[in-house]
Design a protein around this ligand. Structure first.
Ligand code: ADP
Ligand code: ASP
Ligand code: MG
Length: 411
């Protein structure tokens, strides 16, 4: 008998009619004889509303209370779906993170799952009861307090539950029918991928494609959870299309570039005339790391006077002010002349496992972007992707340009 985890995101449970439609998807699997555990997100917009309430309550809220507030959205949708399933004659029960329990680390608002006790859910499934689990939340093992997993965290809840109960598959139901070559809401010519490798999906997610949370892809890779992305808006009784996240050997025809991702959540910092001496990079980046600020692209310009150099790097836009404040505080210690910052920048990336074996892939992009008059502020490359930092105003043009030069446009 198949054991399935079905995850439904915020737009899929955004109102009673949508929850009823979700219940029809669940009924189809139950009728086919599967054991089913569901993971639900809060109704669309709910988490944003709860985060705004925390900010309205105080600028310096206690992260544990933030967790207590924002975890409530998932509790509501889990309860509502259980009620609707029961009304359809399907045995169902809602579960919150602490009831399973889903144990997590402490970090408020960005906890990581440390372990899941799968037996209670397995017992419910064996008793022919659908388990409707509130996504995004867990409980801290030391403090017993409710925690949340970071925005988009229900994907991670779903994959982690699938691993814990040894599910045959984890189906991520969302508002698009799979993973596309780029965000289909931005590029109408984007194509759905039948299959995408875990490595590419991981890069796409970390470079801005929010269709799956990064942690969930990492977990699917490590725990070998078979993951399928599909739409909850498809007719529950009709044929289904979607994207299977798989291993490299399962891809028959490999493209050089598989997808284009982008992120507007970037800020650029340039330090001018930095003293060019050993230890200067550590003096800049250690305090940022200690403050939990992730630095992404780093470009150091070799100057001809060899006394000073310019260093440019990027941080998430949410960390921009903090990063600047830290650098300004350490100005004398680092030894630089001026700090310049820009938050109207975006990172556009091309991802493809085929880049490993093809030279000159990025060069084509640089030429195409220059022909469109788009200036590149910084570049990073790795084995299966490259990223360019550009002015945010050109994001869509750059994404469309790269999408088309790599032959990804729908025919
Ligand atoms: P959910 O609420 O179901 O978790 P999300 O809004 O988190 O849904 O993720 C789905 C959205 O991800 C889509 O509506 C789409 O706009 C966006 N997206 C970004 N990049 C991609 C991509 N490459 N393929 C599919 N969707 C993408
Ligand atoms: N509701 C949470 C969020 O909006 C978690 C999720 O939807 O995955 O971030
Ligand atoms: Mg999501």
């Amino acid at each position: 008998m198949a054991r399935l985890v079905m995850k439904f995101g915020g737009t899929s449970v955004a109102g009673m009619e949508r929850i009823r439609n979700v219940a029809r998807h669940v009924k189809r699997e139950v009728d086919a004889g599967a054991e089913v555990a569901i993971v639900v997100s809060a109704m669309a917009g709910k988490t944003d509303e709860l985060v705004a309430l925390c900010n309205a309550a105080s600028n310096h809220y206690d992260p544990r209370e933030y967790d207590a507030v924002v975890a409530s959205g998932e509790q509501v949708s889990a309860g509502l779906l259980a009620i609707v399933l029961q009304a359809m004659g399907i045995a169902a029960r809602s579960w919150q993170g602490w009831q399973i329990p889903i144990l997590t680390t402490r970090a408020g608002g960005a906890a990581r799952i440390s372990s899941i006790e799968g037996n209670s859910i397995i017992a419910a499934l064996k008793a022919k009861e659908v388990a409707v689990i509130a996504g995004f939340q867990g409980v801290n093992e030391e403090t017993d307090r409710v925690t949340t997993l970071g925005r988009g965290g229900s994907d991670t809840s779903a994959v982690a539950i699938a691993a814990a109960i040894k599910a045959d598959r984890c189906d991520i139901y969302t508002d698009v029918d799979g993973v596309y070559t780029t965000d289909p809401r931005v590029v109408p010519k984007a194509r759905r991928l039948e299959r995408v490798t875990c490595e590419e999906m991981l890069e796409m997610a970390s470079l801005g494609a929010k269709v799956m949370q990064v942690r969930s892809v990492e977990l699917a890779m490590v725990k070998r959870v078979k993951t399928f992305v599909r739409s909850s808006f498809d007719d529950p009784a009709g044929p289904c299309s979607g994207t299977l996240i798989c291993d490299e050997e399962d891809i028959v025809e490999q493209q050089v570039v598989t997808g284009i991702a982008f992120s507007r959540d970037e800020a650029q910092i340039t330090l001018r005339r930095v003293a060019d001496r050993p230890g200067v990079a550590a003096a800049i980046f250690m305090p940022l790391a200690e403050a939990g600020i992730n630095v992404d692209m780093i470009v150091q310009v070799a100057s001809d006077d060899t006394v000073t150099t310019d260093i440019t790097f990027t941080v998430a836009s949410g960390d921009f002010d903090r990063a600047r404040a830290i650098l300004e505080k350490n100005k004398a210690q680092v030894g630089y002349a001026a700090l310049q910052g820009a938050s109207d920048v975006a990172k556009v990336s091309a991802i493809g496992i085929g880049m490993r074996s093809h030279a000159g892939v990025a060069a084509i992009a640089f030429k195409a972007l220059s022909e469109k008059g788009i200036n590149i502020r910084a570049i990073t490359t790795s084995e299966i992707k490259f990223s360019v930092l550009i002015d945010a105003a050109y994001t869509e043009l750059a994404v469309r340009t790269l999408h088309s030069i790599y032959g990804l446009d729908k025919g």
